[in-house]
Design a protein around this ligand. Structure first.
Ligand code: ARG
Length: 470
């Protein structure tokens, strides 16, 4: 039998309870196995609460000082590995309170004045998530920087651009990589947006209805760095939409990482051979000595499913809950903890992969862009410039491609006479316009892959990302 925080004598609640919990139910009910993750936030919020109780005259200033000291001592004990809650504590909130009562006796019992575990857990979770969003932002920026450095050194490296995974038009490799930097920037913006809504304090909403104790919610909110307080006490303790929103934003980051992973896996295949995996991030096969496997992007692609699953889990957990707090909410934690852990580790792994795990193969890329029909649009555009309607030009080039395919030729193999025989508007200058470099340079519309345009984008990102290596 353990010693519960509420009675101090038996593992029961108020004197209303006469029997102890069934041991299996005790374990089933407990969250201490995972919510110990929130210990620092629980201590921070409790310190702010104790401070405010003193300031408001609910307890004496001396008492609030002693409570704060006791809470700091628990932090020290934890850091020294001496704070070891057990199942009878049920959760991190009870574990801290139990230890405080051990340390301070009756004074420890005053801490819970004017609050409930319902507003307490909501406060802890928001403080924790706010910190994690800031850490994730740093990880996303690191990946953007890694992609930027690869972009910068590959402005003039060409790579086939695809639609439907069919060769479409050649593009600058920098342009391709910058597309991911853009996606990641939107991810950062979304997370910052979420952070604004995470940063509201529910503390002082108490169980659901507020409290008759003369507390000051603004004081605790400002000590904890919250931007504002929830205006409605029921909403304050029932809201987990911030967790859903965060998981949604995280799911999109994972979508982006997964798409990048998929491309790297394809590029590293024998068939593409656009990149070589270095030994830093690739593994071998236990059986086939020639193999080098792209485990890192495969794992990232695979782990995206966990994050999507947690998002679905949170939505389903919340959808039918009546106001206000329900124990179902306890299920939010493991989901959220795993989303954060998965996201942070995948971001870090992808950064390392880009930084030191792969090398582009310029010779293979050059061969790829020179040996296809991805300049066909440019022939049509040439005719358009000479006044031929686009549809007519499009049909003509289509016929031409068909003819070349049957003869095993590329467009560049045709002589000027052959071109002229097809249409009188073709002149000498056509031939040089069809080289991959010229084809790419010509795409000068805003946001296009023309080198000048991509250079502009590189300049922009160079200043936005504040690259210390420059
Ligand atoms: N461990 C609980 C949770 O994570 C803390 C809040 C408990 N509140 C309650 N009324 N039982 O949600």
């Amino acid at each position: 039998m353990g010693i519960g925080v509420t009675s101090g004598e038996a593992d029961a609640w108020s004197d209303r309870f006469e029997q102890g919990l069934n041991p299996f139910i005790e374990e089933f009910n407990a969250s201490i196995g995972f919510d110990i993750t929130l210990l620092h936030e629980d201590l921070d919020a409790s310190i702010a609460h104790a401070h405010m109780l003193g300031d408001c005259g609910v307890i004496t200033l001396q008492e609030s000082k002693e409570l704060e000291g006791g809470l700091e001592q628990i932090r020290d004990e934890f850091l020294e590995g001496k704070f070891n809650p057990n199942l009878t504590d049920e959760d991190v909130h009870f574990a801290v309170e139990r230890r405080l009562i051990n340390l301070l006796g009756n004074l420890g019992k005053k801490l819970h004045t004017g609050r409930s575990r319902n507003d307490q857990v909501g406060t802890d979770l928001r403080l924790w998530l706010r910190r994690k969003i800031d850490e994730i932002d740093i990880e996303i920026e690191r990946l953007q920087k890694a992609l930027f450095l690869k972009s910068e050194s590959n402005l003039y490296t060409l790579i086939p651009g695809y639609t439907h995974l069919q060769r479409a038009q050649p593009i600058s490799l920098a342009h391709h990589l910058l597309a991911y930097i853009e996606m990641l920037q939107r991810d950062r913006d979304r997370l910052q947006d979420t952070r604004r809504r995470v940063n509201h304090s529910p503390l002082g909403a108490a169980a659901l209805a507020g409290t008759s104790v003369p507390i000051d919610r603004l004081k605790t909110a400002s000590q904890l760095g919250f931007e504002k307080i929830y205006s409605n006490s029921l909403d304050a303790v029932s809201d987990r939409d911030f967790a859903v929103e965060f998981s949604g934003a995280s799911a999109l980051v994972m979508v982006h990482l997964s798409r990048l992973s998929e491309e790297i896996i394809l590029w590293a295949s024998e068939e593409f051979s656009f990149v070589r995996l270095t030994d830093r991030c690739a593994t071998g096969s236990s059986l086939m000595p020639q193999k080098k496997n792209p485990d890192v992007p495969e794992l990232v692609r695979g782990k995206s499913g966990r994050v999507f699953g947690h998002l679905q889990g949170l939505l389903t957990m919340m959808k039918g809950l009546p106001l206000a707090y329900n124990k179902d909410f306890q299920e939010d934690k493991e989901a959220l903890f795993d989303v954060v852990h998965t996201l942070k580790t995948c971001l870090k792994a992808m950064s390392i992969l880009i930084e030191e795990g792969l090398e582009f193969c310029p010779e293979r890329l050059a061969l790829a862009v020179a040996s296809d029909f991805s300049n066909a649009t440019d022939v049509a555009d040439y005719l358009v410039q000479k006044g031929v309607p686009f549809r007519e030009a499009y049909q003509l080039v289509g016929r031409l491609v068909k003819q070349c395919l049957s003869q095993g030729n590329l467009l560049r193999d045709l002589s000027l006479d052959q071109w002229k025989a097809l249409h009188p508007s073709f002149e000498e200058d056509l031939l040089e316009k069809l080289t991959p470099v010229k084809v790419v340079s010509a795409r000068i519309s805003e946001g296009g892959t023309g080198f000048d345009r991509v250079e502009e984008q590189l300049q922009l990102w160079r200043s936005r990302l504040v690259l210390t290596t420059q």
